[in-house]
Design a protein around this ligand. Sequence first.
Ligand SMILES: Cc1cc2nc3c(=O)[nH]c(=O)nc-3n(C[C@H](O)[C@H](O)[C@H](O)COP(=O)(O)OP(=O)(O)OC[C@H]3O[C@@H](n4cnc5c(N)ncnc54)[C@H](O)[C@@H]3O)c2cc1C
Length: 390
Amino acid sequence: MTENIAIIGGGIGGLVTALSLDKLNIPYTLYERAASLEAVGAGIWLSPNALQVLQWINPTLLQEIQNAGNTLNRILVADHKFNPISDSNQDFVQGKFGFTTMAIHRGELQEILYKYVQQENIELGKEFKEYAQDSEKSIRLYFIDGSHVNTNAIIGADGIKSKIRKQLFPNSKLRYSGQTCWRGISNYDLDPLLESVGFTLWGEKLQFGVSKISNGKVYWFAVKMSQPNLTDDEKDRKVMLTNMFSEYPPLVTYLIKNTPNEKIFRDDLSDLELLNKWNLGNICLIGDAAHSMTPDLGQGGAQAIEDAFYLSNFIKKTKKLDTAFDKFYNYRKAKVEKLVKQSRLTSKISITNRFLEIIRNFILKKTPQSYIKKQMLELYKLDKTIANNI
Ligand SMILES: Cc1cc2nc3c(=O)[nH]c(=O)nc-3n(C[C@H](O)[C@H](O)[C@H](O)COP(=O)(O)OP(=O)(O)OC[C@H]3O[C@@H](n4cnc5c(N)ncnc54)[C@H](O)[C@@H]3O)c2cc1C
């Protein structure tokens, strides 16, 4: 492959695509708008499908990520009084894949991924503005700083508000989920019994999730049904959140109180209405740019990482880039679209009114463990036969 590929965006999807292309000796340049990639943000859960990709790229990279994070061997959903609704010991996942889900500081994950990418292939401080198709095989990229470059193909990994997507598919639409989320990292030592548990407490129109990410650091997220763009005073967030979760166990209040105010982030949660295609000619979208989902299954980042794995391998195996992009979309569409729909459904049932809560909890408690296990194994599966260098 002698054609040059431009990756726009150095988030999780863009960086793992770069690492995958490095592994397969495929030339590319990655353009990221941030001037530096620093350890900012809250936490993230990385599920075994994502970890298998990182292991394929480089076992040392995976080890470094595992050392920086915390392994979760139990996934628990409970009501706001901590009565279990769904409780899944992850030993069967460990047995099948060699690891379970892990929790890590998002910024630290990004820093480690960045460190392993071939540095000469990355340009930071380059904010993409628009592209122009010069000819069938030549695309000109324009940046906000006034510069431009020519490339043969674009991989749009520029996230949920993707400019590449807006230009490629101008009718694409984001859908507000009806929920706002606050996230933070608390300086707190969790009870040792909870250190390896990723748990979410579902209450009336509220949800609170917790996991240890490293010694003395706990990642939490708080979700509330709300109108979009409601303003909340950043300085009063702690007071507001502790009041909001006053009926929850005291642990929730401790976690919020032990989080520096400026380390509490807020997002209105949206997903992307399903696109009919993620690619056109020599331009292809991946990750949130292509199929942003609500965070309820903790799969958005993992799916961006899976995209990187499959796309790079299709590029390696296929002579023409546009054909590789078609194959990638056709292969990935079914799994990803199912997850977008499931995430949205979970977002609706996780935060609901008291009456529906009782019905929901009854149904979930009756769901057979064998069914839950089968679903998880299917979700975490990675088709390694697609890969060349295994
Ligand atoms: C509250 C919340 C919790 C979540 N929890 C999880 C979880 O536990 N597990 C999980 O797997 N997923 C989770 N997700 C989803 C996950 O964060 C996303 O799916 C993932 O970050 C998508 O990666 P990406 O690379 O496609 O996009 P992003 O991570 O958004 O990266 C996009 C990159 O592109 C850059 N960029 C944007 N525009 C331009 C431009 N014009 N020019 C150049 N660069 C540009 C940005 O600076 C950024 O670096 C969560 C999401 C939310 C909102």
